[in-house]
Design a protein around this ligand. Sequence first.
Ligand code: AMP
Length: 598
Amino acid sequence: MTTDAATDRPIGGYPRIVKRRDAFRVLPNMADYDDARRGFDWTAARALLDGLPGGGLNIAHEAVDRHAAGLHAGREALRWIGRRGERRSFTWADLRAATNRVANALRGIGLQDGDRVFVLAGRIPELYLTVLGALKAKCVVSPLFSAFGPEPIATRMELGAARALVTTGALYARKVAALRDRLPGLEHVILVGEDGAAAEVPGTQDWSALMAAASEDFAIPPTSPEDMALLHFTSGTTGRPKGAVHVHEAVVMHAMTGRYALDLHPDDVFWCTSDPGWVTGTSYGIIAPLVNGVTNLVAEAEFDAATWYDILEKERVSVWYTAPTAIRMMMKLGAAPLEGRDLSALRFMASVGEPLNPEAVVWSQKAFGMPFHDNWWQTETGGIMIANFAAMDVKPGSMGRPLPGIEAAIVERRDGGLSVIDAPMTSGELALRAGWPSMMRGYLHEEARYAKCFVDGWYLTGDLAMRDEEGYFWFVGRADDVIKTSGHLIGPFEVESALMEHPAVAEAGVIGKPDPTAGEIVKAFVALKPGFEAGEALRRELLGHARKRLGAAVAPKEIDFRQNLPKTRSGKIMRRLLKARELGLPEGDLSTLESDER
Ligand code: AMP
């Protein structure tokens, strides 16, 4: 990658995409980046929200009740399109009534402030109603990805002390029923019946029956901005998954980033393709559009280019937020499937979750007549931190510039402290000045791990990046060993642990192997116990074992056998060395190959 210091030569070899003010169909919410930064203060951002009657702040009030009580009451808040083309639509008034029922039902079964409600479901309307209703009831919501296998589900529910789980009959039978013994605190399992049928399963309650018995009137109890609202599990290099604690005040960031980074305007139809099992699917697939009074489109189906283009066209989507893996899959098919389509409603496209190849930005400009605007954030930050804004030139390959109110820097850790790297285009760790509203308030029960993320008032992200002379940030890689596959963050330790449970496995080391479509795939290296023989049959057995335990989203796609795995003197498996060898890279200085644990 070349730098554009002094010359106007584009970094990465791609010309910048210049935004002409007279070309905007709708005036961007942030007309001038520098002005917006200069004039920004958090008090004014908080003032955009309503607040609870009598004081306090509750995400669901901002997303639902305040609009239901105002001019938006009869407007479409949530538009759901099922896998088979079924449709359901909720106005804000409908959403208020339905989420009030959920809140009453949860309170009715005895849930109290701070109780953890887990949700495990595909993108079905009941998931959205549960999240918002549980927030109204002051429960803490923890979404689980429905493609997780039983092991990641059980681990997260144990760590998070799940008191209730809302899921479907099928997912319960396949993934949860057998491990209920491990979860003695899980008092309530509420099943959404398939196709409206009652789910009559021992030890569970039926969603429809609970809702039918619940009242449509509910007053949100006093909620402090610092009350815990969401628990999002994420993965580190080692140890169990980390529960990032988020509070109701995060809604300030959801509102602000929806306006600025996604440029949401009241007449928009907004489509975020991310699953609420991951943080983007909750913050931007549920909260941000509703808080901003925008119709939120939810599509249940998984990626398929023709279906997605149909949705964009027929639903007249105006703002689209998706991810690089899907974009790369569309790119592979070329622009032909877009020919003859009327995408005239589409106004703004954004991408998140993994590095967006500059080629994809250039391709989108040709294919859609506008670029994908990359933005960056992570589970811990609770909201978008760095973005390519509607009114700002896009440099293909860059994640953009920090949101107003967010101070980002490239730093180097030194003797327990930090030094900020000012030299442009120099790689270091991406750090954010602590204190924005949606910053995680802790890793659940892991004070030391949380404290390690902060040095000298900076939050250290674990990502390596560079900053150019104009203040645009460029992603370089991870400082640790976590894996991003199809946009999903996977902890190698969780995969290694599952493999180690197999009687044949003595040691396991797991890496992300670069992949042109998925970004990375999960690859495992395994050393066998004496008496077991490496071969195709055992490989298949191990792949199947991991898949059954971890689910398709987490399990390794490839397994290689090794006599033994490279280790540090203290006995830790050197994943980076495994990776270097896999990729045929020079092994270099091994100390730089050791992982930095988070
Ligand atoms: P998660 O916490 O699962 O949302 O994953 C966050 C991580 O995804 C970040 O720390 C980055 O490593 C990666 N990531 C997110 N957005 C981007 C982006 N725009 N470019 C490159 N990597 C990204």
